[in-house]
Design a protein around this ligand. Sequence first.
Ligand SMILES: [Cu+2]
Length: 70
Amino acid sequence: MYRFHVPDMTCGGCLRSVRQAIQRIDPQAQVDGDLESHVVTVASSQGEALLLSALDKAGFPARLLSQHEA
Ligand SMILES: [Cu+2]
């Protein structure tokens, strides 16, 4: 489980784009977001670097807040 800070995620459409970007590299990923704190939680078997680069390419640069085994 990862927690990312995604400052540019401001509405439900952004969250949908973020979810799609992650599920493009991991179709099984569970992605939830909180629009107020701009925090996205991701349950994925993919590594942090790949997830960050997928978000970056989708136009949502992110920063890893925390990571722990699911
Ligand atoms: Cu938006």
